[in-house]
Design a protein around this ligand. Structure first.
Ligand SMILES: NC(=O)c1ccc[n+]([C@@H]2O[C@H](COP(=O)([O-])OP(=O)(O)OC[C@H]3O[C@@H](n4cnc5c(N)ncnc54)[C@H](OP(=O)(O)O)[C@@H]3O)[C@@H](O)[C@H]2O)c1
Length: 242
């Protein structure tokens, strides 16, 4: 049986991951964390279980409580995927010029795109200690690549994803010593038809993936890049430069 944990699985790419995992794994136990309580209407076979978990990213105790739910089941966790991230909100849209930069937007973006995912890595990795290889993937973005930045703009989001990539690399070095069976990856999912990309889709020249298509790319990259801990890869499995 595959045991998999998705943090941020209520909508967008995360919800696509729920469906893709049910399609892919005949026998699976899926832990799905969301900020609001959710019921999942996806069809499960008798060998497939979805365990909803509610978490509060602002409550430090919530991170430990979340992993305790999984630890208590005494099932080795094979894979975990952190989808948490945001580009815009009712208060903020990505800055086209540095003149629009505000402390409030930058702090918000770092909180959602860097700090919460980093705290989640710290909470989840220690329960992925089974002798089998395990993989923890964090959804990042190509715009977090300093080398690849051709267009400029989107200051807070770019900077927050670049910082996330640094945390992934640094934690991968540490876990190579303490949890050597774990691969920690950053993954750029491509452009996916979700709330996050909606306002920007008409100006994009990239293929627009459905959340389930994107989820399958992510699961493929996790399989194909096992052992390449610390790297950031795009949906095709190609390395995104730092
Ligand atoms: N869509 C794209 O084209 C695209 C491209 C590149 C990278 N990405 C990355 O892929 C990931 C998933 O994005 P998506 O397209 O699925 O976006 P989405 O549909 O907006 O979903 C974003 C996810 O992040 C969580 N989240 C948002 N704000 C949060 C907050 N303040 N605190 C805690 N959790 C929060 C949401 O949880 P709730 O449901 O609880 O709000 C949701 O699970 C993100 O990290 C994004 O940066 C997406």
């Amino acid at each position: 049986m595959v045991t998999l944990f998705i943090v941020g699985g209520g909508r967008g790419v995360g919800r696509g991951l729920v469906q893709a995992c049910l399609d892919r794994y005949p026998s699976v136990r899926l832990y799905v964390a969301t900020r609001q309580p959710m019921t999942f209407s996806e069809t499960c076979s008798p060998y497939q279980t979805i365990v909803p978990i509610v978490w509060d990213p602002e409550d430090p105790a919530s991170y430990g409580a979340m992993v305790d739910t999984i630890r208590q089941d005494q099932q080795p966790l094979n894979q975990a995927i952190i989808t948490v991230g945001a580009l815009h909100s009712s208060n903020f849209s990505p800055e086209k010029t540095i003149r629009r930069l505000t402390a409030a937007q930058m702090a918000w973006s770092f909180q959602v795109n860097t700090i919460y995912p980093s705290l989640l890595i710290a909470a989840i990795a220690p329960i992925m200690t089974s002798v089998e290889p395990s993989c923890l993937a964090v959804l990042s973005a190509r715009v977090g690549s300093i080398t690849d930045n051709q267009l400029g703009g989107w200051y807070s989001y770019r900077a927050a994803k670049a910082a996330l990539n640094m945390v992934i690399k640094t934690a991968a070095i540490e876990y190579s010593r303490t949890v050597p069976s774990l691969t920690l990856l950053g993954i750029h999912p491509g452009t996916v038809d979700t709330d996050l990309s909606k306002p920007f889709q008409k100006n994009s020249h990239h293929t627009l993936f459905t959340p389930v298509e994107s989820a399958n790319h992510i699961l493929d990259v996790m399989r194909d890049r096992l052992g390449e801990s610390g790297g950031v890869f795009d949906w095709k499995g190609e390395r995104v430069p730092a």
